[in-house]
Write a protein that binds this ligand. Structure first.
Ligand code: ZN
Length: 282
């Protein structure tokens, strides 16, 4: 494939490769002429190797002037990928927001943080009791205190899910609430450690406020997992587009550089040919 020849790693013929007789256009291998003066044979071999390289450069420069060329083939593939990325970005922006579904303003009760080891966080939603305890980190060798993970010991968000949640959104809401109660527990612990008063009152609605962007839910700290995921997808797509655009520009530059080299490449090839002819005939 021409492409591989033009853009492969071994672009430059190696000087030490012995010059073997190559088949001509009709597929016949002809013995190459020896130098008229045997003392010039080494010079002739060198010239022939140079001619091979000059022919390669000339072919490449000529191909860069053709409307269809290896650079253009690759650019067409890149353009196709860029169009796909653009369509993916538009599809992300076109996702219609979900109908907001708010949870009841039902206050959490028994909100308490104990700094006695192990540090614990408690609250209830209706009859459902939630509790976390900090895992004790025995490996604190006098460095800055790294808080242990809060581990949830009790409470199941399935038991606090309102009955009127649309069936197709139950699973997502369950996952959201499971995450949101943990975010709340960590925030309550951190506020207590900082000596800040606990926010009051906290309601079930605060754990899953509808996201104004996508209609999904915000956690206790106002973070929307769906929007974050889409932002991450957009960022990846834009980075990929930027990478492909750079590659496209490099290809354009490379093709231009080779097309500008055509007259020099022609002259160089002709000069070597003439020099070979002179050494062959003496
Ligand atoms: Zn959102």
């Amino acid at each position: 494939m021409v492409w591989k020849r033009l853009f492969g790693k071994a672009e430059t013929p190696v000087e030490t490769t012995p010059v073997l007789p190559q088949p001509d256009a009709s597929g016949i291998v002809r013995r190459q002429r020896a130098a008229a003066d045997p003392a010039m044979q080494e010079r002739l071999d060198t010239l022939r190797r140079r001619r091979d390289m000059a022919a390669y450069d000339l072919e490449r420069a000529e191909s860069a002037r053709q409307p269809e060329n290896p650079w253009q083939e690759r650019i067409a593939l890149l353009d196709h990928s860029l169009a796909t990325i653009e369509a993916d970005l538009q599809a992300l922006d076109a996702i219609p927001p979900l109908t907001p579904f708010a949870l009841p303003q039902m206050p959490l009760t028994g909100v308490a943080v104990s700094l006695e080891e192990p540090v614990s966080v408690d609250f209830s939603v209706g009859p459902e009791h939630f509790r976390w305890e900090e895992e004790v980190d025995w490996d604190q060798r006098g460095g800055p205190i790294v808080r242990g993970q809060l581990r949830q010991l009790s409470g199941d968000v399935a038991n606090i899910l309102p009955a009127d949640v649309p069936p197709e959104r139950r699973e997502v809401l369950l996952r959201h609430l499971a995450e949101s109660v943990n975010v709340l527990a960590v925030d309550l612990r951190d506020r207590t450690l900082e000596g800040e008063p606990l926010p009051a009152p906290i309601t079930l609605a605060d754990l899953a406020r509808p996201c104004p962007q996508c209609g999904d839910w915000l956690d206790w700290l106002g973070h929307c997992a769906t929007c974050a995921h889409r932002a991450w997808q957009r960022q990846n797509l834009r980075q990929e587009a930027a990478r492909l655009t750079r590659e496209r520009e490099e290809l354009e530059e490379d093709r231009y550089k080779w097309s500008e080299r055509l007259s020099v490449a022609r002259k160089r090839f002709a000069d070597i040919e003439a020099e070979i002819a002179a050494v062959e005939t003496g």
